[in-house]
Design a protein around this ligand. Structure first.
Ligand code: PEP
Ligand code: MG
Length: 321
């Protein structure tokens, strides 16, 4: 079984009838990028940059970050690097920042809410990313964007950083821009934001937490709120449909993308790209190779008609192409 998986590592990811689907990797540090080749990942689809801040007693400044992003690009050798701007707050605490304690941190100052409130910290990261983009393909995405005002504020800051760099005669490159769609508000406000975006990435971990009003870290809730449920499937379908209508690329970086059992369903819903954990990548690739695209579409059609979690699970475990 292991040998069959290993044999897939040098092959492109395709459905049985030859539809290719890029599988990128989720990483939390630079050294993980060394392992992309072990599984044949086609780039980094989520670089969780807050780990640069969480694991350090000292915050990495602009130059240090620039160096780190350049190192990452060099290891990727032309493959895309998707950087998520630091998603601080909630479950991602940073000792070096002395953040205020909040009663409901998951509903508090986190993601772009935090970085927009700390423009110096945010600008240092944006400048480092812009400068690194001179050396390779960078996609930049922003976490916890709910509405157009937040996206505009982020883009304004990014423009200011470009202006500064220009005045300082420092080189920088163009970025592809995206958001992590991870709140119900973002789903329902997507139409207004899509014209400003090159891509969106679906963050199912937080999307599930905020849709169900269920703390993702609470072990008491794990059985009631599985990662795959009819309402999440419907939200995903809605995101993909809107993104496609606006010709914006749609990827998924939440844990659901790393679930081999869900992969054919996600392709059937129209997902164009996955970002998965390195440990699951070959299994997702294998799962997709066993399904034809029309069968994925039929599976998705049936899944969208189901209203019970157990019926959805039954469909996914008993429906084979
Ligand atoms: C998500 O919310 O699905 C996601 C990818 O981000 P994180 O798990 O880092 O919050
Ligand atoms: Mg998230």
């Amino acid at each position: 079984r292991k040998a069959a998986l290993q044999a897939l590592k040098g092959t492109v990811t395709q459905t049985k009838d030859g539809r290719t689907i890029p599988l990128l990797a989720n990483v939390g540090c630079i050294s993980e990028i060394n392992h992309l080749a072990d599984v044949g990942a086609e780039g980094v689809g989520l670089f969780r940059t807050e780990f640069l801040f969480m694991n350090n007693h000292e915050l990495p400044d602009e130059n240090r970050q620039y160096q780190l992003y350049c190192d990452a690009l060099q290891l990727l050798d032309g493959k895309p690097l998707t950087i998520r701007s630091m998603d601080l707050g909630a479950d991602k605490e940073v000792p070096a920042l002395a953040m205020d304690s909040e009663e409901n941190p998951a509903l508090g100052l986190r993601g772009v809410r935090y970085t927009l409130a700390h423009p110096k910290l945010f600008s240092a990261q944006l400048r480092a990313i812009l400068r690194a983009a001179n050396h390779g393909p960078i996609r930049l995405m922003f976490p916890m964007v709910n509405q157009i005002e937040e996206l505009e504020a982020v883009l304004t800051l990014l423009e200011q950083c470009k202006q500064e760099l220009m005045e300082e005669e420092k080189g920088f490159g163009e970025l592809e821009l995206g958001i992590v769609v991870e709140t119900p508000a973002a789903v329902f406000n997507l139409d207004s934001m899509l014209p400003l975006l090159d891509f969106v990435s679906i963050g199912t971990n937080d999307l599930t937490q905020y849709t169900m009003a269920a703390d993702r870290a609470n072990p008491l809730l794990i059985d009631q709120y599985p990662v795959l449920s009819p309402v999440i499937i419907r939200l995903i379908a809605q995101i993909i449909e809107q993104a496609k209508a606006a010709k914006v690329r749609v990827s998924m970086c939440g844990e659901l993308a790393s679930n081999p059992g869900a992969a054919p369903l996600l392709v059937g819903l129209g997902l164009e790209e996955f970002s998965v954990n390195l440990a699951s990548l070959l299994e997702v690739k294998q799962a997709l190779s066993r399904w034809s695209y029309p069968d994925c579409v039929e599976l998705a059609r049936r899944a969208l008609q189901v209203s019970r979690i157990d019926a959805l699970n039954h469909l996914l475990t008993h429906c084979h192409s």
